[in-house]
Design a protein around this ligand. Structure first.
Ligand code: NAG
Ligand code: NAG
Ligand code: NAG
Ligand code: NAG
Length: 584
């Protein structure tokens, strides 16, 4: 026999096998799904083709990262009718999320769901399930979300010992009796529309630690922020938030295709000829260069907005900085310098340093640290490919914590009165430890134009900010909440859809989804591949929602936010907060 004939069968084998052979556990999961689909009539067709892998394209099915198990099944509103046959879905033993809401499932809740020991979210609302809640549900110890609202369930509510449970909705069923002790921590609206009576005494929540009242009026000239002295990737967001507002004044360098070359010379030469052409450095700055060096540096346009441009400048000694060139400055020299002094003193690993500034009649420059990894905005929403690595949950937590610590530190400055005024994902970078780091501090204060603040920061702007009411620490907290929502959902703060006809505000979208109790569905699909993080994600979602409440005084203070984020992962947030000025 020739070696060729020996090889042939194995070639054929490798060619044809992969389309049918799933990993063994996946094959088990797949047959469970197919048994379920075959046993349960559904009005809308499923594209579950037995000859393909369920991980590729099956409606409602999500697998883990290596495609070896099914971890989420979402079949909302597909017209399923009838009972769930036992020994079908219960075989999906790696399942973390199960959503069957808005169908016409009936009969009792399958008691074999107790086998789904990895389950963190169970959404069965708006069906016709009847009978009792089986006490075996207590086996689902990882459950974070349990929504059984709007069914026909009856009997007494069992004393479910579910330590991780954060969202519970049993409303609009036929439950009787009283609320068991383990569930008293949930609000009345978790139990509305039942025949539960009498309600046991309401246990009031422990009071929050007292928080300092802010004297908003005393904020030192922290004024309206602009968007968009941004970075290359930010150009996209600039387009988004400015599109409808002031199109004609935009010059945007589109993503990634930054222009390279020397500084625009005409103007800059004028600068160098002026008498007092020195850059003002801050104490401890390790950069040794002067304006001449800066002018000689090769510059790359990172982004241009209505009120200035940002350049990446590589000095002859190799140092890279970001130079922000302000077109319009709304404050006088004295006030500008005063601001810069406050900002320039800040040395913290979660706040990008303002290295130097330059102020003359014709030219105002601010020199910041440069971060090579791009902004959080570009990491989350930039073009996939080349420089875009999907952000894992760990990194997102670290970014959130770092940025929170940075903002909390800013809020302690200038006698506790300093605000950033322009918190958004394009102003957040990763420091060397891969924690979040807040940039562009001081810029908002230098640009005294309410009109800009009205248009530029759309998706991040707290509702209380008006013509007369300037950004404050409380509005920083709102904006930070929006950044948290971006981290959780993977969606930008504002999206323009339908050819520009409709604007979707992330905050409003999340609020509406959470109101409908589809909590699991707000999260970035890219995060689904990481096991056992639903609880942490839900906790972060709660923090974000607390930050974006309408009434400013009801938002937590930044130091509290740091502590709450620290608690999500048991970070040592207290140590973080006390990180004082670095010794330079
Ligand atoms: C996935 O399914 C959709 C419709 O269900 C179909 O249009 C698409 O071509 C499928 N993609 C793959 C890669 O099979
Ligand atoms: C569920 O678990 C029980 C006990 O561990 C086992 O006997 C049963 O076969 C399991 N059912 C399914 C559908 O896996
Ligand atoms: C429920 O949990 C108990 C104790 O952990 C275990 O013995 C039992 O097999 C579980 N039941 C099912 C159906 O998984
Ligand atoms: C539970 O669901 C009902 C009906 O959808 C809703 O009105 C109620 O606000 C929900 N309760 C909670 C705590 O989310």
């Amino acid at each position: 026999m020739s070696s060729l004939t020996l090889l042939l069968p194995s070639i054929i084998f490798t060619f044809f096998l992969p389309s049918v052979a799933d990993p063994p556990r996946l094959a088990t999961d797949k047959s469970a799904l197919l048994d379920f689909a075959a046993a349960t009539p559904h009005a809308r067709p499923l594209n579950w083709d037995p000859s393909t892998s369920p991980c590729l394209n099956w409606t409602g099915v999500s697998c883990n990262a290596d495609g070896s198990r099914i971890v989420a099944l979402r079949l909302p509103g597909l017209g399923f009718v009838g009972p769930i046959r036992s020994e079908t879905l219960a075989r999906l033993s790696a399942l973390q999320i199960l959503s069957l809401r808005f169908n016409a499932f009936e009969g009792s809740l399958p008691s074999d769901f107790a086998n789904l020991s990895s389950l963190t979210a169970l959404h069965l609302q708006n069906n016709h399930f009847s009978g009792n809640i089986p006490p075996l549900i207590s086996n689902l110890t990882r459950l974070v979300t349990l929504n059984l609202a709007s069914n026909s369930l009856s009997g007494e509510i069992p004393d479910l010992q579910l330590p991780s449970l954060k969202f519970l909705n049993l409303s609009y069923n036929h439950f009787t009796g009283s609320i068991p002790p383990s569930l008293l921590r949930f609000p009345d609206s978790s139990f509305a529309g039942n025949k539960i009576s009498p309600f046991p005494p309401i246990i009031t929540a422990p009071p929050l630690p007292p928080s300092k009242k802010l004297s908003v009026g005393a904020l030192l000239g922290i004024i309206a922020a602009g968007c968009a002295l941004g970075f290359a990737a930010l150009a996209v967001s600039t387009v988004l938030c400015c599109l409808r507002l002031k199109k004609e004044s935009m010059e945007v360098v589109t993503g990634g295709k930054a222009m390279k070359g020397k500084w625009p010379m005409e103007k800059m030469e004028a600068v160098s000829q002026e008498g007092n052409n020195t850059l003002v450095f801050f104490n401890g700055s390790t950069l040794a260069f002067d304006l001449e060096d800066l002018l000689r540096a090769s510059a790359e346009v990172l982004g241009k907005g209505t009120f200035g441009a940002a350049y990446k400048a590589v000095l002859e000694d190799g140092t890279t900085v970001v130079v922000k060139r302000l077109k319009e400055v709304g404050v006088g020299r004295k006030e500008f310098e005063l601001q810069m002094e406050v900002v320039g003193r800040i040395r913290h690993e979660n706040v990008a340093e303002l290295r130097a500034y330059y102020y003359s009649k014709d030219e105002k420059l601010m020199v910041y640290d440069y971060f090579s990894q791009g902004s959080l905005y570009s990491l989350l929403h930039g073009k996939r490919g080349e420089d875009r690595v999907p952000l894992d949950w760990e990194t997102r937590l670290n970014i959130a914590l770092g940025a929170a610590v940075g903002i909390a530190h800013i809020h302690t400055q200038n006698n506790g009165k300093l605000a950033h005024g322009n918190i958004k994902s394009s102003n957040i970078f990763l420091n060397e430890q891969q924690f979040g780091c807040v940039s562009d501090l001081g810029l908002a204060a230098a640009i005294n134009s309410t009109a800009l603040s009205m248009s530029r920061t759309a998706g991040y702007r707290a509702p209380e900010i008006t013509e007369t009411r300037k950004p404050s620490q409380l509005s920083d907290i709102y904006s930070f909440g929006v950044v948290l929502l971006e981290l959780l959902t993977g969606k930008p703060a504002i999206q323009i859809v339908r050819g520009g006809d409709e604007i979707i505000h992330l905050v409003r979208w999340v609020q509406s989804v959470v109101r409908e109790e589809w909590t699991a569905e707000v999260f970035d699909v890219q995060l689904l591949r990481y096991p056992n993080i639903e609880e942490e994600m839900v906790e972060m979602l709660q923090i974000a929602m607390a930050c974006v409440v309408r009434v400013p005084e009801k938002r937590p203070q930044m130091a509290q936010v740091v502590k709450m984020i620290g608690d999500v992962r048991k970070f040592d947030s207290i140590n973080w907060l006390s990180t004082e000025a670095r010794d330079d």
